[in-house]
Design a protein around this ligand. Structure first.
Ligand code: NAP
Length: 494
């Protein structure tokens, strides 16, 4: 089979999809298409545009390893700056030519050695390989709240921010205290906007600085990549990733104690009023939920234009939010910072593999994957940032690059075994996947996400943490070389 006819389809033009396309192109694959349901690249950074949007991973780590960016303006990048980086990089590597925007894949079915794809606009395609790079946090979770339809003001989920709604001079209610809610409150409070923060469960906050890179520093990064590499270890970031992952999987570790104490000190040292401090004190262990890094939330919530609301929401009325204690909190805008459904991945797309097995039945109990990248019954189907990969406070770009290193080797095996007469397909055996999953679940029960006494989007429907339950080095190790003994290789006539 000529390389031209060996087709790879990538679903999603976010960070991971663009990465896959760049790497495939560099490896000589020349029949690649990316389907993107939206009209632009960027994935989560296209969808999230809320005020204060910042990435809590240091800028220079939130870049592809092969396309560093000397021009980051701050230690922690803003959403707009990241989106600009992805747009530029997509163009620089000529990936934009491969993307079909406004094109949603609704179904993928494996028939006679090829994936047959159906598109929402009625179009069809087929491919030897499918790479699902559809992201983790893209299906919004917006709780049904009684009376919302009566609300006279504007309301939206934070990932669907309506920028036509003016905020200055209005009263803004923000529901939810994850990283998103915290960043919005910090920004709006600093702008002097009247904000009410509805917090059902307060979360722990790790202090962090977000300094600016000077023009001199940026110039030094441009002229000498070594200077940039040194800057990447800003605040010992690289070492801290290992300590951090160790703390997550071993709540008794020294690292866990140090980080927990840092969060407690941050709260105690930052919040003066004893009642407010008590209201902001979480009832679970630090790091049980994804840790929030913020330079300024505690300062923001103590401004006179900011109000913390701890009473549960009863209902929404024409002019505000009524809480269970009977108080009506007047507001003009409601922002739902209520998070995402992290169990959806590429769904609602239908995926049908061999023997008629479909994704929904395969994931009936929980989304799972062999080593986070492949699934039984789904030949030549690969996932970036799929189930059970590390999704802590680390760079998902780094994780996707590691996953790609593994996937690329499998795609090469498939291409080598595919010619004009034969199609090779591979998928992990059910036994290998079940063994891995059993081990993963056992390890997950020892992590702080499970023992820490909290609810979070890390937990699946049965309360088992879905994230990689071992340390970062172990992930690096398993992603180095696929063990083909764990895979079923099938050949069929082309
Ligand atoms: P989240 O962490 O899932 O937080 C959702 C918040 O909404 C929680 O405080 C939750 O309260 C609250 N909530 C949900 N339903 C509610 C209801 N019915 N009534 C009252 N409160 C309700 O969501 P997120 O803040 O959007 O963050 C999601 C993830 O996105 C983060 O963990 C992170 O991975 C990523 N993110 C990253 C950054 C970054 O800087 N890198 C920034 C933003 C987001 P309970 O705790 O009581 O459930």
């Amino acid at each position: 089979m000529s390389e031209q006819s060996f087709r790879v389809v990538i679903i999603g033009a976010g960070m991971a999809g663009v990465l896959a396309a760049i790497k495939l192109q560099q490896a000589g694959y020349d029949n690649i298409a990316i389907y993107e349901k939206a009209d632009r690249v960027g994935g989560t950074w296209r969808e999230n545009t809320y005020p204060g949007l910042t990435c809590d991973v240091p800028s220079h780590h939130y870049t592809y390893s092969f396309a560093r960016n000397p021009d980051w303006s701050r230690h922690l990048p803003s959403g707009a700056e990241i989106q600009g980086y992805f747009k530029r990089t997509t163009k620089q590597y000529a990936i934009d030519k491969l993307i079909q925007f406004n094109t949603e894949v609704t179904q993928a079915e494996f028939v006679d050695g090829l994936w047959q794809l159906e598109l929402k606009d009625g179009g069809r395609d087929s491919a030897n390989i499918v790479v699902a790079a559809t992201g983790v946090l893209h299906q919004i979770s917006q709780p049904a709240m009684a009376g919302l339809e009566r609300f006279q003001g504007a309301h939206f989920h934070t990932a669907r921010w309506d920028h036509s709604v003016a905020l200055e001079g209005r009263r803004v209610a923000v529901i939810g205290m994850g990283s998103t809610g915290v960043q919005i409150i910090s920004e709006l409070s600093a702008r002097g906007i009247e904000v009410s923060h509805f917090v059902r469960n307060p979360q722990w906050i790790m202090p962090v600085q977000n300094g600016h890179y000077s023009e001199q520093e940026r110039q030094a990064f441009r002229s000498d990549p070594k200077v940039l590499e040194e800057a990447m270890d800003f605040a010992g970031y690289t070492a801290s990733v290992e300590v951090y992952t160790q703390a997550l999987i071993d709540p008794d570790s020294e690292g866990a104690k140090i980080m927990g104490q840092a969060c407690l000190d941050n709260l105690n040292n930052s919040v003066k009023d004893a009642k407010l401090r008590q209201q902001l004190t979480p009832d679970h262990a630090p790091m049980c939920k994804r840790l929030i890094f913020s330079p300024d939330y505690y300062q923001a919530i103590q401004r006179s234009n900011a109000h913390l609301v701890r009473s549960d929401i009863e209902c929404i009325e024409e002019h505000g939010i009524r809480t269970r204690d009977g108080v009506l909190h007047g507001c003009d805008v409601i922002a739902f910072a209520t998070g995402f459904r992290a169990d959806q991945f590429m769904r609602p797309m239908q995926v049908i593999g061999i023997d008629g097995v479909d994704l929904n039945s395969l994931w009936a109990k929980r989304p799972s994957a062999y080593l986070s990248v492949t699934m039984p019954y789904m030949p030549n189907f690969f996932m970036l940032n799929g189930p059970n990969g590390p999704v802590g406070n680390f760079s998902l770009i780094d994780i996707a690059e590691l996953q790609w290193g593994y996937i690329a080797q499998l795609i090469d095996v498939v291409r080598e075994g595919t010619d004009a007469d034969t199609r090779l397909a591979l998928y992990p055996s059910k036994q290998a996947t079940d063994d891995f999953d059993a081990m993963r679940v056992e390890a997950a029960k020892k992590t702080i996400w499970y023992t820490g006494g909290c609810q979070s989007w890390y937990l699946d429907a049965e309360g088992i943490p879905a994230s990689w339950p071992w340390n970062y080095s172990r992930f690096v190790e398993v992603m180095k070389t696929p063990d083909l003994n764990k895979y079923v290789l099938m050949t069929g006539a082309a």
